[in-house]
Design a protein around this ligand. Structure first.
Ligand SMILES: Cc1cc2nc3c(=O)[nH]c(=O)nc-3n(C[C@H](O)[C@H](O)[C@H](O)COP(=O)(O)OP(=O)(O)OC[C@H]3O[C@@H](n4cnc5c(N)ncnc54)[C@H](O)[C@@H]3O)c2cc1C
Ligand code: FES
Length: 319
């Protein structure tokens, strides 16, 4: 086992610093327990925290882009927590050891002539390193940052340093983010990167129906609410392990593969973290994740087997 390693596929880190950032939000700096540089990462990446209470939760890296001596995450305490953010707030303290997995990036930050960033509440975490990267490139950029109140919006001190490029919209005093103002920069070729509550992302999805393809890039922290769909059974052929597994209508592909002893990698099991991404060699997937864009789903060459199913009676997967 490498000196940095924790349980299978994970890395041991130590909590170096914990700081209050806003109402209900703390930032946490994690350094390698072995003192090694941490794996490299780019804006948009997240890690999985493997918590001592047995839960795994994803948190976006929000420190300086490329920083490898520590990872910074920002965690909002969820009112209806089943124990993830609750553990972080109530029990995680400086000096404590914990395991992480990743980083993984489903929200890659690509080159563009200009950028519009849209963040709601804790959705600022993956956007913050993008803002810093855009500024370092000398790019033209603008951030619209919304929240319930300014006291609930983290990292405002740092963002204040960017002057008029940052437009804050605490809804109690400044109303909602004026999404109509995105039209002009998008028409001029700007890429939009957004993360925030489901209502904001859904409004952006609607606005983007009139935008050029691939102008909008989203990161979801919660599984999207999809229209109810029929679950059909499917035969899954695992090309590498040369096994075929029957997946019933009442179980996920991942659960059927687990039962058949075929190894898979999972974390969220709700189609939002990306851990279970699998190459599709034949057949047509029925995508039910919150990660792929419409064109990526249409390509049909990869799928997230914790939630997605099949439109064809048989799928051949690279497993
Ligand atoms: C890629 C990614 C990056 C993320 N980055 C951040 C970040 O930077 N900061 C941050 O604070 N959070 C982030 N999150 C969210 C984070 O991973 C956790 O989901 C969040 O902290 C809540 O965890 P919890 O255990 O406290 O709450 P949970 O118990 O997971 O509850 C979250 C919500 O789900 C609802 N819920 C209740 N039961 C269920 C159920 N059975 N199945 C599904 N949902 C249920 C609850 O009502 C609640 O509203 C990210 C998520 C993803 C996927
Ligand atoms: S386990 Fe997270 S997307 Fe499948």
């Amino acid at each position: 086992m490498a000196p940095n390693a924790g349980p299978a596929g994970s890395l041991d880190v130590v909590v170096r610093q914990l700081r209050w950032e806003a109402d209900g939000v703390v930032s946490i700096d994690l350094a390698s327990a072995a003192g090694n540089p941490l794996p490299s990462w780019a804006p948009g990446a997240h890690i999985d925290l493997v918590l001592p209470n047995g839960l795994e939760r994803q948190y976006s890296l929000c420190g300086p882009p490329g920083e490898r001596s520590y990872y910074r995450i920002g965690v909002r305490r969820e009112r209806a927590s089943r124990g993830g953010s609750e553990y972080v707030h109530a029990f995680l303290r400086p000096g404590q050891r914990i395991s992480i997995k990743g980083p993984r990036n489903n929200f890659g930050f690509g080159p563009a002539g200009s950028y519009v960033f849209v963040a709601g509440g804790i959705g600022i975490t993956p956007i913050l390193p993008m803002v810093r990267a855009a500024e370092a490139q000398g790019a033209d950029w603008q951030l619209f940052f919304g929240g319930r109140t300014s006291a609930s919006m983290p990292f405002l001190d740092e963002l204040g340093g960017y002057g008029k490029r940052v437009r804050c919209h605490p809804s109690d005093t400044a109303g909602r983010i004026p999404l109509a103002e995105l039209e002009r920069p998008v028409e001029a070729g700007a890429k939009v990167y957004a993360c925030g509550p489901a209502s904001l992302l859904s409004d952006l999805d609607t606005a983007a129906e009139n935008w050029p393809a691939e102008a909008l890039h989203l990161e979801r922290f919660k599984a999207p609410q999809l229209a109810p769909a029929e679950n059909k059974p499917v035969e899954v052929e695992c090309a590498a392990s040369k096994k075929t597994v029957s997946v019933g209508a009442d179980e996920s592909i991942v659960n059927a593969l687990d039962k058949a002893g075929i190894p898979t990698v999972t974390s969220c099991r709700s189609g939002i973290c990306g851990s279970c991404e699998t190459k599709v060699l034949d057949g047509v997937p029925d995508h039910r994740d919150g990660i792929l864009s419409a064109s990526e789903q249409a390509a049909g060459d990869r799928m997230f087997i914790c939630v997605s199913r099949a439109c064809t009676p048989r799928l051949v997967l690279d497993l």
